[in-house]
Design a protein around this ligand. Structure first.
Ligand code: HEM
Length: 409
């Protein structure tokens, strides 16, 4: 049975997605293609995709109101499945609140409400909690002793617990929350499983929204419940979106970022010597790793001229973030990881109206996460040969499935 991802996302041929040279470099085929210009027409599985690899063109696409993010209205997505399956997978109550897939002006309304909640004050409030969560995970790892799977013991639970904090999930409900979300986010979720787990998660979020209605607290979800006129379906949709957008992304940056540092010992050494570089290192890791592996999809609502190409109305456009972030015109020696590289504008968080709303929070998680990980686990190293680390080559969010590590106990 086809996976849900296959139905939703434009598919690229393997030579443009399989990272074959080194676990951190984009596919060789993608880099070769990007050497031939900024915009490319790729034919695959009976569909044409316009692949954008140039930095300026990528920003232009993401800032262009003619480029729609509405995956539910995308004619190509609809063509991949029967109307019945579409309704079963994406009934209106499941689409409600998912503003990552909305265009202006509908998107604007939600984005404003959310920006009002992602305030500097709330992010500051969360920072000490992020510290506590990171410390608690590291304490448990240290108490159990090496070796450990960094994904299971650190990279996945940290963002999960931070989202619990953001949404105000009760301590007693956190195990259930983590169990459901890890199932939802697991790789080969088939269409049937996706529908089933999606329903379970919605039920959980519904309970959470109702609890906040009854007894609002100081979290973001309570803020949305009390300050806005959003419907219950919309609130549930927003909570789900925050969970899905903020969990695996941050988790894979933490795990793959650690793997990348371990595989670049001179960079790791520099970071250990100069921990004040951590914020810079996080930006460089975001650029270098580009975990949004298959890129950011859009479709053209009308004909658009871009980088010398004419993109026809209805066409699928894919901003190939891994190639864009390695654009040699933008970054000298783009394939080198340099934690002290001067910051440039990378596209790891997207650009334009959908630019990641959680980026400040993600940065806090990564800065605190890497700082404490390196401080608390001296002599951190891989516990298996690098070639045995299982890579998420098949996933929309790239990273590692597990990262066995050891340290000086
Ligand atoms: C949007 C990446 C962490 C919530 C995006 C987009 C990217 C991205 C590329 C743009 C998608 C598009 O244009 O279609 C990342 C990465 C992260 C991260 C690499 C971690 C390192 C987070 C966190 C949260 C979050 C922690 C929330 C807690 C969102 C939401 C959107 C979004 C809600 C949709 C914004 C909109 O449509 O206006 N993210 N993200 N993300 N992200 Fe993140």
């Amino acid at each position: 049975q086809r996976t849900a991802q296959e139905l939703i996302r434009p598919q690229l041929p393997a030579e443009l997605t399989q990272r074959d040279r080194c676990p951190f470099d984009p596919a060789k085929g993608l880099l070769e293609l990007s050497g031939h210009g900024p915009v490319h027409r790729v034919e695959h599985a009976g569909e044409s995709i316009w692949l954008v690899t140039g930095h300026d063109e990528a920003r232009a696409v993401l800032a262009d109101a003619r480029m729609s993010a509405d995956r539910f209205g995308n004619p190509r997505v609809r063509a991949r499945m029967s109307p019945e399956l579409f309704e079963e997978m994406f009934p209106p109550e499941r689409r409600a609140g998912s503003f990552i897939s909305m265009d202006a002006p509908e998107h604007t309304r939600f984005r404003r409400l959310l920006t009002g909640q992602f305030t500097v004050r709330r992010m500051r409030q969360l920072e000490p909690r992020v510290h506590e969560i990171v410390t608690q995970q590291l304490d448990a790892m240290i108490a159990a002793g090496p070796p450990s799977d960094l994904v299971h013991d650190f990279a996945l639970p940290v963002p999960s617990l931070v989202i619990c904090e953001l949404l105000g999930v009760d301590y007693g409900d956190r195990d259930e929350f983590q169990r459901t979300t890890s199932k939802l986010l697991s790789l080969t979720t088939t269409v049937d499983e996706q529908i089933k787990v999606g329903t379970e998660l919605r039920r959980f979020m519904q309970g959470l929204v109702r609890a906040k209605e009854k007894a609002p607290t100081d979290d973001l979800l309570s803020g949305l419940v009390t300050d806005t006129d959003l419907t219950e379906d919309e609130l549930v949709g927003i909570a789900n979106l925050l969970l899905i957008a903020g969990h695996e992304t941050t988790a894979n940056m933490l795990a793959l970022g650690t793997f990348a540092l371990l595989e670049h010992p001179e960079q790791l050494e520099l970071l250990r010597r100069r921990p004040e570089l951590t914020e810079n290192a996080v930006e460089e890791l975001l650029r270098y790793l580009s975990i949004i592996a298959f890129g950011v999809p859009r479709f053209a609502k009308e004909e658009v001229e871009l980088g010398g190409a004419t993109i026809p109305e209805g066409a699928t456009v894919l901003v190939a973030v891994p190639a864009v972030n390695r654009d040699p015109e933008r970054y000298p020696d783009p394939h080198e990881l340099r934690v002290d590289r001067p910051r440039g504008h990378h596209l790891a968080f997207g650009h334009g109206i959908h630019q990641c709303i959680g980026q400040q929070l993600a940065r806090v998680e990564m800065v605190v996460g890497f700082t404490e990980l390196l401080r608390r686990l001296p002599g951190l190293e891989l516990a298996v040969p690098a070639s045995e680390v299982p890579l998420r080559t098949d996933m929309a969010i790239y990273g590692v499935h597990a990262l066995p590590v050891s340290w000086d106990a």
